[in-house]
Design a protein around this ligand. Structure first.
Ligand code: HEC
Ligand code: HEC
Ligand code: HEC
Ligand code: HEC
Ligand code: HEC
Length: 392
């Protein structure tokens, strides 16, 4: 089906949904119901009794919420995050937990069945629908388990955000894969470990969440507590548009854009520029780390590497050093010369870059992971780390 067709199908479903009183969902369970201001009841949409009538005369309850949501990524039925399974015509249970409202409800037992990974595949075509977050049962979900094994207490709708935006791996996944293997020897059994995407909740919990590969003997910043008014997902993100508005930030930060926010007086990336946003320091250090990862792949693992962010598994072989992915039988050759040192650095790089909001979710944890990865991989290359002037 084309994206356009899918889109009109969606409008149609939305119309049916409205007619069926789809909007009569229970009020959202708010993490801080005291300041949510959403306590008034939501009335179902009822068709006027007599016609003819003019569309403008029909009051559609919740129309703002619906329009806002409809334009957001959560409702984007044409995106890869919801269409990846089209060819299979059903979503694998383990994937459906985060890739469809139906799978999510099954996982938390909100569909009447026992909680857990859905027993059956889930049909394609679902998005992060209203009933994902507006579900009375969600208030019964008291903790969310992270890939590190951490069971984090949650309250209200944050149970939803934390379930889907936690990524799929943790530092321990990497630790287990590389355990007992010599640091700098390419091992054909090693494969790239992908932390998955939009891992905001994992960033946010920092070292306490354990999403990054944490180098032995190092301390890591825990959860980013930030400041009281901005301490939950929905205190920064409007839950339907998903956008973050700058205005509330400006009560504490003197800034004209989210990306320019900075408090740190030191330069983490060695540029000496402390006028730019902390986001730029993080980004600069990801660039430095990627350069070293590729140099190490070439000089130590002895297979040059290219990175292609648009194609899984992202890291590919480039034996002839032409800067392009090697192909065999018309297929790209995934990088297969991982050493433990290379894998953990590439993993941390991908984790930090998988969260475009890492600078706001937990800038310190991101900077620590980048610094430690740079310092570790620089060793066998003989790169002088103090000379880079980066800070942890
Ligand atoms: C813990 C929740 C979670 C699970 C489980 C999960 N995903 Fe995802 N996945 C996400 C989120 C969140 C995104 C959205 C990233 C974005 O595009 O902003 C995503 C995005 C994707 C994308 C789009 C990536 C892109 O480049 O746009 C693909 C493909 C994908 N997931 C495949 C899978 C597959 C296959 C499985 C099962 C084996 C799976 N996911 C399981 C949360 C999850
Ligand atoms: C990703 C989670 C999420 C999804 C999906 C979602 N909502 Fe909400 N919604 C919330 C949260 C959280 C609040 C509470 C906002 C607050 O406390 O300020 C809310 C509030 C509301 C409100 C109260 C008034 C308002 O606009 O803030 C209505 C009405 C509403 N949602 C309807 C809907 C409808 C209809 C849909 C589907 C089209 C939907 N929501 C989808 C999370 C969600
Ligand atoms: C059922 C799983 C699920 C739940 C629950 C969920 N999300 Fe998402 N979220 C996703 C997926 C999947 C995407 C990517 C959708 C796409 O690519 O179109 C996404 C996208 C986003 C984006 C936009 C990312 C981008 O690339 O533009 C933000 C911001 C976001 N979610 C925040 C939240 C917040 C805040 C909550 C809790 C109120 C929440 N999400 C709850 C699965 C979920
Ligand atoms: C302090 C405010 C703040 C809090 C708290 C916060 N976010 Fe964000 N988030 C941001 C900012 C700022 C961005 C980047 C937006 C931009 O660049 O336009 C962002 C981006 C995102 C993105 C998109 C990332 C991408 O790759 O584009 C997702 C998804 C997301 N946040 C989810 C969450 C979830 C889930 C939570 C709760 C665990 C959360 N956020 C808590 C401020 C916040
Ligand atoms: C009530 C005051 C307050 C509000 C509102 C606030 N912040 Fe902050 N912010 C702080 C404080 C205090 C710190 C330092 C926290 C720390 O070091 O633990 C900080 C640190 C940060 C940092 C790290 C900066 C650095 O250089 O280390 C970022 C990024 C950030 N805030 C983003 C945001 C965004 C985005 C918003 C709006 C959605 C926001 N803040 C709203 C008080 C606030």
């Amino acid at each position: 089906m084309s994206a356009k067709k899918l889109c009109s199908a969606k409008i149609f479903i939305l119309a049916i949904g409205l007619a069926l009183g789809w909007t009569a969902m229970p009020q959202p369970v708010s993490a801080q119901s005291s300041d949510s201001g959403t306590e008034e009841a939501v009335t179902p949409f009822v068709l006027p009794k007599v016609g003819p009538f003019h569309p403008e005369d029909i009051e559609i309850k919740n129309s703002k919420a619906i329009t806002d949501w409809y334009r957001s990524a959560h409702a984007d039925a044409a995106s890869e995050a919801f269409r990846h399974w089209d060819a299979d015509e059903e979503i694998r249970p383990v994937c459906a937990v985060c890739h469809s409202g139906e799978g999510f409800r099954a996982f938390h037992g909100l569909d009447g069945n026992a909680p857990g990974i859905p027993a059956e595949p889930v049909s394609v075509g679902g998005v992060v629908d209203c009933g994902t977050c507006h579900n009375a049962g969600l208030s019964e979900v008291k903790e969310v388990t992270f890939p590190s094994g951490l069971r984090h207490p949650v309250e209200g709708v944050e149970a939803a955000c934390m379930t889907c935006h936690q990524g799929r791996t943790a530092g321990v996944t990497v630790e287990e894969a590389i355990a007992g293997k010599p640091e700098d020897t390419a091992d054909p059994d090693l494969r790239f470990i992908n932390p998955h995407y939009a891992t905001a909740a994992a960033s946010w919990l920092g070292g306490y969440g354990g999403s990054g590969y944490q180098y032995p003997g190092k301390d890591y910043s825990g959860r980013f507590f930030h400041a009281r008014p901005v301490s939950t997902c929905n205190s920064c993100h409007e839950p339907h548009t998903l956008e973050v508005s700058l205005e509330p930030c400006q009560t504490c930060h003197q800034t004209d854009s989210l990306q320019a926010i900075r408090i740190a007086r030191q330069s983490y990336d060695g540029s000496g520029d402390v006028a730019k946003g902390i986001r730029s320091d993080i980004e600069a250090n990801t660039v430095t780390l990627m350069e070293l990862v590729r140099r190490y792949a070439d000089e130590v693992a002895q297979t040059p590497m290219v990175y292609d962010g648009g194609m899984y598994p992202y890291f590919f072989a480039d034996a002839n050093r032409d800067g392009r992915t090697d192909e065999a039988d018309g297929k790209p050759v995934a990088y297969a010369s991982w050493t433990p040192r290379l894998l953990r650095a590439a993993y941390n790089w991908k984790l930090v870059t998988a969260d475009g909001g890492a600078f706001a979710h937990n800038p310190y944890y991101a900077l620590e992971l980048l610094y430690d990865s740079i310092a570790d991989i620089a060793g066998p290359l003989g790169v002088d780390v103090p000379g880079l002037k980066i800070l942890r």
